[in-house]
Design a protein around this ligand. Structure first.
Ligand SMILES: Cc1cc2nc3c(=O)[nH]c(=O)nc-3n(C[C@H](O)[C@H](O)[C@H](O)COP(=O)(O)OP(=O)(O)OC[C@H]3O[C@@H](n4cnc5c(N)ncnc54)[C@H](O)[C@@H]3O)c2cc1C
Length: 519
C-alpha cells in the first residue's frame, strides 16, 4: 500500500526508494536533455524549450521581472493543475532531474526561480482566485499576480494581505513571509494562510494547516521553496472598501523632519494599525536628482474624500515640519489601483540587499548620514538607472499578530522592540556594470553593518525576499526557527528532493553558515 504522504517512516522510505525519489544529482547537460525528454513525453503540449514551442519559451524567459533570472533552462513545463505539478515532481524526482519553481518571477536573485541546466516548473497557468464569502476565505493559486487577486476581490468588497506592487507573484512572496499594507492589522501575509495545499518531493499532495501536518504548516510560513511546491493558498479574507493612499514626493532637504516623523510613526503604529508606510530615498542619475518618496496607505474602510492626513500620518501632514509634498497621488481608491501604481521598471538588472535595525531616532539619523556619504560616491557613478534605499517599519505589533495566528519561522518573536527593515534596491542596464554595482552595494552594506553592529542595534533578521545572494536570511531566523524548517524538511521530504534537486533560492545546507554583512 502506498503511504498517503511521504513522511519519513520506514514504510515511506521503502516506497520512496522503490519510486526512485531519493535525490541523486546529475547536472550534466545530457542529463537535463534527458529530463526534458521525460517531461515532454508526459506533457507534450505543456513543455517548451528553444527547440519546441519557441515563442512560448521566449515569453516564459521574458516573464521574469529582472534580467538576473532570465536564464534559458533546458525546458520549462507549465502545469495546469495540482495533479500536473504532482506528476511533474514525481517524474523529475524519480529520474534525479534538477529543477526550479517559478510563480510570479519577481525573485531578484539569479537562479532563484529558474535554472540554467534543468527543468523550470512555470506555475503561471495556475493563477485562479476565488472567494468563499461564508467562511471569508480566498483560495489563490501561486501563479497569480497580486493585482489579479486584488481586482477579483475589490469587485466583491473583500481583500487579503498581499504584495504592495501588483505585478509581484503570490507563490514566492507568501512562502518567503510577505509584508503588506495590512501587516499592522494582521501580521505577515504567510500568517494569514489557513491552509496550504502542497506537492511534496515524492509527488504526493498534502494539506498543511493547524490540525493536519501542523509542523509543515508553520515551516511553510517563511520556509520558501525548501519543503515542497505550494499549489494553493487558502487565505483569511476580510471586508474592504476603498482606502486612502498613494505616493508623496518631497525635496531632499526635508530628510531630517522625515526621519523624526518616520520614527514616531513606527513607535505609534500600535495605536492605529490601519497605517502603512514606506520611506523611499530615490536617486536617478539621468536627472541628477535625489527624491524622497513616501508611500502612505490607510486601510480603514472609507467612502468619501479625505481632506486631512489620517491620524498615523500627522507627522507627515502638510502643516507638519515635513511640509507639503512637491507632488502626490494621494486619494481614496481601491487596492488594485494603489498596488498598480507601485510596480517597478522591469527588464533591468537588479540588486537587493537588506538589514534590520532597531527603531531609534539617533540610529536612523546616523544610518542616513552613512547613506548620504555613500550616495556622494553613487552620484559620481552615473551608470545605473536608479539607486534607492527604503525604510519599512517592523514594529513588535507585526509579530504579536503572527503569534496570535499560530506563529511562523521568521524568528521575529526574539525581538520585543520595534525595528526597521532596510532595503537597498539598485537597477541598471547592461551586465558590464555588475561588478561596479556590486562594489557600491558592498560599501553601503559593509559600512552600515559596521556601524550598526558597533552600537549593538543590528538584528540578525534579514527579510528573505529582499536578501542579497551573500546574505543568510534562513540563518537570520535564528537557530530555533531554522531547526523547525530543517525538521520539517527531513520529515516531509525524506528523499531531500527540494535540497538536492532544487538548487535555486535559499537552501538549508548553507543556512546559518555565513553571511557577508554580519560575520
Ligand atoms: C517590484 C517588487 C516589489 C515587491 N514588493 C514586495 C512587497 O510589497 N512585499 C514583500 O513582502 N515583498 C515584495 N517584493 C519581494 C517579493 O516578495 C519577492 O521578490 C518574491 O520572491 C516574489 O515572488 P514571486 O512569486 O513573484 O517570485 P518567484 O521568482 O517566482 O519565486 C521566488 C522564490 O519563491 C519560490 N517559490 C515560488 N513559488 C513557489 C511555490 N508555489 N511554492 C514554493 N516555493 C515557491 C521560488 O522557487 C523562488 O525561490 C517585491 C519585489 C519586487 C521586485
Amino acid at each position: 500500500m502506498k503511504p498517503s504522504t511521504c513522511l519519513a517512516t520506514a514504510a515511506a522510505s521503502v516506497f520512496l526508494q522503490l519510486a526512485g525519489a531519493t535525490a541523486v544529482v546529475d547536472t550534466a547537460a545530457s542529463s537535463a536533455a534527458k529530463c526534458c525528454g521525460i517531461i515532454e513525453t508526459a506533457f507534450p503540449k505543456k513543455t517548451y524549450s528553444s527547440g519546441n514551442q519557441r515563442n512560448l519559451y521566449q515569453q516564459f524567459v521574458n516573464s521574469y521581472f529582472s534580467v538576473n533570472d532570465r536564464l534559458t533552462p533546458s525546458c520549462a513545463v507549465s502545469p495546469a493543475n495540482t495533479q500536473d505539478v504532482a506528476a511533474v515532481v514525481g517524474l523529475l524526482a524519480k529520474s534525479s532531474c534538477q529543477f526550479a519553481v517559478k510563480s510570479g518571477g519577481h525573485g531578484i536573485l539569479t537562479a532563484s526561480s529558474n535554472i540554467a541546466k534543468g527543468v523550470t516548473i512555470d506555475l503561471r497557468a495556475m493563477r485562479s482566485v476565488s472567494l468563499n464569502k461564508k467562511t471569508k476565505t480566498a483560495i489563490v493559486q501561486p501563479g497569480a499576480k497580486w493585482i489579479e487577486v486584488y481586482k477579483y476581490l475589490d469587485a466583491l468588497g473583500f481583500a487579503i494581505p498581499g504584495g504592495r506592487a501588483g505585478d509581484v507573484g503570490v507563490g514566492g512572496l507568501t512562502t518567503g513571509g510577505g509584508n503588506s499594507f495590512f501587516a499592522a492589522r494582521y501580521g505577515f501575509v504567510c500568517d494569514n494562510v489557513k491552509n496550504f495545499e502542497v506537492v511534496l518531493g515524492c509527488g504526493k499532495v498534502v494539506h498543511a494547516n493547524n490540525v493536519t501536518n501542523p509542523d509543515l504548516f508553520t515551516a511553510l510560513k517563511g520556509g520558501s521553496n525548501n519543503l515542497g511546491i505550494v499549489t494553493k493558498f487558502e487565505i483569511v479574507a476580510f471586508e474592504q472598501s476603498d482606502l486612502w493612499g498613494g505616493t508623496a514626493q518631497y525635496d531632499a532637504k526635508t530628510i531630517p523632519a522625515q526621519l523624526e516623523a518616520f520614527y514616531d510613526f513606527t513607535e505609534n503604529l500600535v495605536k492605529d494599525p490601519y497605517g502603512s508606510l514606506i520611506f523611499v530615498w530615490l536617486y536617478f542619475p539621468a536627472i541628477k536628482s535625489l527624491v524622497i518618496e513616501n508611500l502612505y496607505e490607510y486601510t480603514a474602510n472609507l467612502s468619501g474624500p479625505v481632506t486631512t492626513y489620517p491620524p498615523p500620518f500627522k507627522g507627515f501632514a502638510p502643516d507638519s515640519p515635513v511640509g507639503p509634498p512637491i507632488s502626490n497621488t494621494l486619494r481614496v481608491t481601491n487596492l488594485s489601483s494603489l498596488t498598480g501604481e507601485l510596480n517597478s521598471a522591469a527588464n533591468l538588472s537588479n540588486l537587493y540587499a537588506t538589514l534590520t535595525f532597531t527603531n531609534k531616532l539617533p540610529v536612523l539619523q546616523e544610518v542616513v548620514k552613512i547613506i548620504n556619504r555613500e550616495f556622494d560616491v553613487y552620484k559620481k557613478n552615473a551608470f545605473y538607472e536608479y539607486a534607492s534605499v527604503e525604510f519599512q517599519p517592523l514594529p513588535r505589533l507585526f509579530t504579536d499578530h503572527s503569534l496570535a495566528r499560530g506563529g511562523n519561522v521568521l524568528g521575529l518573536d526574539r525581538y520585543h522592540d520595534n525595528n526597521i527593515i532596510f532595503l537597498l534596491d539598485m537597477a541598471w542596464n547592461g551586465t558590464q556594470y555588475d561588478a561596479q554595482i556590486r562594489s557600491l552595494a558592498d560599501n553601503v552594506m559593509g559600512n552600515l553593518t559596521t556601524y550598526l553592529k558597533g552600537v549593538g542595534e543590528l538584528k540578525d533578521f534579514q527579510y528573505l525576499n529582499y536578501a542579497f545572494q551573500d546574505q543568510d536570511p534562513l540563518g537570520g531566523y535564528g537557530k530555533a526557527a531554522l531547526s523547525k524548517i530543517k525538521a520539517a524538511s527531513k520529515k516531509y521530504d525524506p528523499g531531500q528532493v527540494f535540497q538536492k534537486l532544487v538548487p535555486g533560492g535559499w537552501k538549508l545546507a548553507t543556512a546559518g553558515t555565513g553571511n557577508k554583512y554580519t560575520h
